[in-house]
Design a protein around this ligand. Structure first.
Ligand code: CO
Length: 178
């Protein structure tokens, strides 16, 4: 499993819901997703980011006590009217951070890895922002799609330049090894 980067068409697709028949498979994938999230030091990861177009996300805010969320078929059932701005990054757009406006608080219905019905009541702060960011991924939306057109274009440019530098450096390293 590899994290797909901005530009990969899978990241723009709307993901399919998971049925109860797929629960066992989903549980295995969620475990793998947690490992990848931890390896990448991310606070959240959505299945399409690893090439699976299914409605699954994982979240770990690295808080005490440890609480790793494995979330299937999430649905935002309530949003606050209050909007806040949070700096966001994405493992699919590495190295870039931008401020994104979103509802300050959300409530979310979902199924856990055992396919039990669960509810997150009035999530706030980083948790709220993270839930919304990851659920957006399931609808083929990246956080840059929530920026103004100008800011979005600038951010994509910044990312492309950064990727070019990384590719250039990697090619350079290969030459050095020869
Ligand atoms: Co993301």
């Amino acid at each position: 499993m590899e994290i797909l980067k901005y530009g990969n068409p899978i990241l723009k697709m709307r993901c399919d819901s998971i049925s109860i028949d797929e629960a066992e498979e989903a549980n295995k994938l969620l475990k793998k997703m947690v490992d990848i999230m931890h390896e990448s030091r991310g606070v959240g990861l959505a299945a399409p980011q690893v090439g699976i177009s299914k409605r699954m996300i994982v979240i770990d805010l690295y808080e005490e006590p440890e609480n790793i969320y494995k979330i299937i078929n999430p649905k935002i059932v309530w949003k606050s009217e209050e909007i806040v701005e949070f700096s966001e990054g994405c493992l699919s757009i590495p190295g870039i951070y931008e401020k994104v406006k979103r509802p300050a608080s959300v409530s979310v219905e979902y199924f856990n890895e055992k396919f039990e019905s669960c509810f997150i009541d009035h999530a706030t702060g980083l948790f709220s922002s993270c839930l919304q960011h990851e659920i957006d991924h399931l609808d083929g939306k990246l956080y840059i799609d929530r920026l103004s057109r100008i800011k979005r274009a600038r951010t994509i440019n910044k990312f492309k330049k950064l990727q070019e530098q990384i590719n250039f450096k990697e090619n350079d390293d290969i030459v050095d090894e020869e």
